[in-house]
Design a binder for this molecule. Structure first.
Ligand code: GSH
Length: 231
């Protein structure tokens, strides 16, 4: 896919998300330890969880589990008994959960206002909304590509509904590169600290502790990840 098609279809995907994962909402208690999420970018159920993380201004260590991937899928099977995604691990409470609706409800109950977003009550309609957003990207972020494993997780500043962040996340996912997802959605209280670090409010922003490289610009990030890790 060329860059113009990538950006256009990623914009369409964001529009089809219908505002979910764009801005933060009421936040509750903050986790002491980072949440861990096993997921893949193209999965509509995983998107619902990432939307909730953005809205609740929560960070997560993301373990990408694209189809055909050999790095983290086995860990989910070992812990939960089956290879189904999303799978959330909360080291603060010891909870380990499958099922996107249960995970979103848990996140809002534990780290939000207590009440899950209205869209969750729409059930299959909400899933159709998220599936449409996946369809717009025609399978990007679904299948693994051979890549070497980094020693340490990368770090990405992002928010779910950003079309440019999606392009960066797709590549991280396909290459099975684990990363700390710093969500800085609109109204995020984390934005000032991010700007202090990076110099301006623009995402995606990638930091690779394995090479010391940091950069803005989704096209540069996608190119850097492929050149550095793809085989
Ligand atoms: N009801 C589950 C459905 C999850 C689901 O079907 N996930 C698919 C991916 S979209 C899956 O794990 N497939 C197995 C695989 O990819 O190997 C939920 O809401 O979390």
């Amino acid at each position: 896919m060329n860059r113009a098609v990538d950006v256009t279809t990623s914009y369409l995907s964001s529009v089809l998300e219908l505002g979910a994962g764009l801005a933060t909402t009421a936040q509750g208690a903050r986790p002491e330890k980072r949440l861990e999420l096993y997921e893949f970018e193209a999965c509509p159920f995983c998107r619902k969880v990432r939307e909730a993380l953005s809205e609740l201004d929560l960070e997560a260590l993301v373990y990408p589990c694209p189809k055909g991937g050999g790095r983290f899928r086995a860990e989910v099977e070992r812990r939960g008994g089956k290879a189904q995604f999303p799978f959330l691990v909360d080291p603060n409470t010891g909870r380990e959960l499958y099922e996107s609706a249960a995970i979103v409800r848990y996140l809002y109950a534990t780290y939000g206002s207590g009440r899950a977003p209205f869209r969750l009550a729409l059930g299959p309609l909400d899933t159709a909304r998220s599936a449409a957003a996946s369809l717009a990207r025609a399978g990007k972020g679904a299948r693994h590509r051979p890549a070497r494993a980094p020693e340490r997780p990368l770090e990405l500043w992002s928010f779910e509904a950003s079309p440019y962040c999606r392009l960066a996340r797709e590549t991280l996912c396909e290459l099975e590169l684990p990363y700390v997802l710093h969500n800085v959605a609109k109204r995020s209280p984390g934005r000032p600290a991010f700007v202090a670090r990076s110099g301006k409010m623009q995402v995606p922003y990638l930091f690779d502790p394995n090479t010391g490289r940091e950069m803005f610009e989704s096209a540069d990030i996608v190119r850097y990840l492929a050149e550095t890790y793809a085989l």
